[in-house]
Design a protein around this ligand. Structure first.
Ligand code: ADP
Ligand code: MG
Length: 297
């Protein structure tokens, strides 16, 4: 039996009370397997950072539970959390959060020392990791001398040095150009797969979707189904199934951009050659559409 790395059960987070209370996360459940890379997307203010902070034991859920490797971290006393954060989690942030007065090497080695490694061993381990991440020639640099991509690689080294169970990244590509952002995310994915570490990334960056094993959509504090597209059989436009006008014919459901197209399809144009060709193409998944009546996964 595989144990889950992370098991979030019905986690809710409410800030404040009374009239001013904000429920940032509402009953979210999520299980992450070892080695799995999960991307949580969603608009600004949808609760991504709050959810990630609960997963990393930086915030306690108002209700619900969070288990890491079988331990209920949401029930541990405050005094036990710093040690768990240091050893079990690797955090990666949008603004890198490197210590500006420390060199690349010191930034990474410090975290290993805090976790109990002797100074020499911590340095050696940091050098190995940084070199593996292509920063062997930057060890003595201060963060200000690095490019954005290099800074984020230092942050990744820092997140990995204590061999965490789970890596949590909050908008890791927000301050990187798109090419570097994708490279960094590919690198992170490679590490996750090589070392069997689980990774949860929250981001609204569509360009990193393909590095994830699973993409979830958070909206207003809860997971929503990803938007699924269908093709309007009359005009050929791609439409969101959840928002489109729908209509049934011969037991199949079709989706339309407007009532006009729907009427044309169901009443008039449906019998014309153009309508039938489009209908056939929508059913077999031609263009951007999937078969409209196919069951949801
Ligand atoms: P995201 O990361 O998706 O942009 P956040 O998790 O930061 O979203 O915020 C979700 C909601 O919770 C927002 O409405 C935000 O204003 C609110 N919120 C976040 N942190 C706090 C806090 N410490 N106190 C009060 N409200 C908060
Ligand atoms: Mg955020």
């Amino acid at each position: 039996m595989t144990t889950l790395t992370l098991d979030v059960r019905a986690a809710t987070k409410r800030f404040g009370d009374g009239d001013t209370a904000v429920t940032a996360v509402r009953g979210v459940s999520l299980a992450v397997a070892p080695g799995e890379v999960v991307l949580i997307m969603g608009p600004s203010g949808s609760g991504k950072t709050t959810l990630l902070s609960m997963m990393g034991a930086l915030l306690r859920p108002t209700s619900g539970s969070i288990h890491l490797d079988g331990t209920e971290i949401s029930a541990l006393s405050e005094s036990r959390l710093p040690a768990i954060r240091l050893r079990q989690f690797g955090f990666i942030f949008q603004d890198f959060n490197l210590l500006s007065a420390l060199t690349v090497l010191e930034n990474v080695a410090l975290v290993a020392e805090l976790a109990g490694l002797r100074s020499r061993a911590a340095r050696d381990k940091a050098i190995m990791l940084l070199t593996h991440l292509g920063l062997g020639k930057r060890l003595g640099f201060l963060p200000e001398k690095l490019s954005g991509g290099e800074k984020q690689r230092v942050a990744i080294a820092r997140a990995l040095i204590n061999e965490p169970t789970l890596i949590l990244a909050d908008e890791p590509t927000a301050n990187l150009d798109s090419k570097i952002g994708r490279e960094i995310m590919r690198l992170l994915r490679g590490i996750a797969k090589e070392q069997g570490r689980s990774v949860v990334i929250v981001s609204h960056d569509q360009r990193i979707r393909d590095i994830a094993d699973r993409v979830l959509w958070l909206e207003d504090g809860a997971f929503k189904e990803m938007v699924t597209m269908a093709t309007d059989p009359v005009c050929g436009m791609a439409v969101e199934r959840e928002r489109a006008v729908s209509g049934q014919r011969e037991g199949d459901t079709y989706f339309f951009c407007s009532n006009g197209c729907r009427a044309e399809f169901l009443v008039a144009g449906g019998q014309g050659a153009r309508g039938w060709i489009r209908a056939a193409s929508a059913l077999i998944g031609g263009r951007a559409g999937s078969r409209a009546a196919s069951p949801r996964r």
